[in-house]
Design a protein around this ligand. Structure first.
Ligand SMILES: C[S@@+](CC[C@H](N)C(=O)[O-])C[C@H]1O[C@@H](n2cnc3c(N)ncnc32)[C@H](O)[C@@H]1O
Length: 217
């Protein structure tokens, strides 16, 4: 297996400046895990926001001559809307709607990742209805409602190849620490018997597929 590289100083500086929700220690773990799963194929990220986690994943894809598809409708999750805890008024567009597309493009350009990272603007569950490509990894960091997290698990985990990675963010063991939907899909993946725990850092959980998906054979 190829050695695991660190993020360059320029990219460390960039991810520090990009708006988002990926603490550095978890980002470093994500970067390392992604390097171990990318083998020249495709990975999917759900929840691009402004591209913070996309830089960690995209750089890993570049190092392994792979492709990252990053999916987001760019209208923000519940907690990003006006009046909610994580609302950022600087991300409201001229039309008065929350919009992170421009920030993502800017981040990918500055990271020189535009040839490696392919953004798709849309609802993850809609895109999953026509997706038909086996994946080296899936990173789930989209909507954190029960419905959204469950749809991402059911729509995307099935495409992870045997030996590939299913990585979930914001997995908290108790309600006091945070919402439980990511924890529930992490448990569902383990309980399916198709995945085994591979690594963790903070609220990031890395699972590896050990059995084929019954949905995909
Ligand atoms: C927690 S943020 C992602 C943070 C990002 N990974 C980072 O490192 O900063 C969640 C993102 O998921 C997106 N999102 C929520 N529900 C979605 C859905 N059903 N389909 C696509 N994107 C969705 C939101 O627009 C938001 O940008």
């Amino acid at each position: 297996m190829s050695s695991i590289a660190s993020l360059s100083e320029d990219l460390v500086d960039l991810v520090d400046r990009v708006k988002g929700f990926m603490p550095e220690a978890e980002g470093i773990a994500l970067h390392a895990a992604a390097q171990s799963y990318f083998t020249g194929g495709v990975g999917v990220e759900i929840g691009s926001y402004c591209g913070k986690s996309s830089v960690y994943l995209g750089d890993a894809a570049r190092l392994r001559e792979s492709t990252l598809v990053t999916i987001d409708h760019h209208r923000g999750s519940e907690e990003h809307q006006a009046g909610w805890e994580y609302h950022d008024p600087s991300l409201v567009g001229a039309d008065g709607r929350f919009d992170t597309v421009g920030e993502l493009r800017h981040t990918l350009a500055e990271a020189e990742l535009e040839d490696v990272v392919v953004p798709i603007i849309g609802r993850s569950a809609r895109i999953a209805t026509w997706w038909n490509t086996e994946l080296d990894l899936v990173f789930i960091d989209g909507g954190h409602t029960e419905e959204a997290a469950r749809a991402d698990y059911e729509g995307w985990a099935r495409w992870v190849r045997v030996g590939g990675g299913l990585i979930t963010h914001d997995v908290f063991l108790t309600e006091d620490e945070g919402g439980q939907a990511p924890h529930r899909i992490f448990r569902a993946a383990l309980d399916s018997g198709e995945f085994a725990e591979a690594a963790e850092a903070g609220s990031l959980r890395v699972l590896e597929r050990i059995k084929p998906s019954p949905s995909n054979g």
